[in-house]
Design a protein around this ligand. Structure first.
Ligand SMILES: [Zn+2]
Length: 149
């Protein structure tokens, strides 16, 4: 539990006009060969937060970082035209903040980052810039928003 260095925020890459339940998520992740849904927590548009994996078990959500991170996914991340967008509802923002505050108690040293912040630093300047993102997930600047929780 002391090895947790990051809370990695993801989006489910679901269009803003569609729903994606944790059951669908679980099924899709199993289809990709995971034991079960790869995230530890899933936050629905209405703010419901579902625990999908115990935090003492590694997730399957960030290649190379699963042993040292907790994965948190929110339902959304694409606009109605399937373009990357911060589609978090006020309820999701509340729920995410509450969840991070709870997790912070258990893992005081962990940093909040977005999945895209784990992209490869191609020009080695110590900063992951937008042209280096392997994907847009989670479609907002999680580090900027939650670094001072
Ligand atoms: Zn992601």
């Amino acid at each position: 539990m002391n090895t947790i260095k990051y809370f990695v925020i993801h989006c489910s890459a679901t269009r803003s006009n569609m729903t994606y339940t944790s059951l669908q998520l679980d099924r899709d992740h199993r289809a990709r060969g995971f034991r079960s849904a790869g995230y530890h927590f899933y936050i629905r548009r209405n703010g419901d937060t579902e625990a999908l994996r115990p935090t003492h078990e590694p997730g399957a959500h960030a290649r190379g970082y699963n042993d040292c991170s907790i994965g948190i996914c929110y339902e959304g991340g694409l606009d109605a035209m399937a373009r990357p967008a911060d589609t978090r509802t006020p309820e999701q923002k509340d729920a995410l903040r509450r969840l991070l505050l709870e997790l912070r108690v258990k893992f005081p040293l962990a940093k909040v980052i977005g999945h895209r912040d784990l992209s490869f630093d191609r020009n080695q300047d110590g900063h992951i810039s937008p042209d280096e993102w392997m994907k847009a997930c989670p479609c907002f600047d999680a580090h900027e928003e939650y670094s001072r929780l």
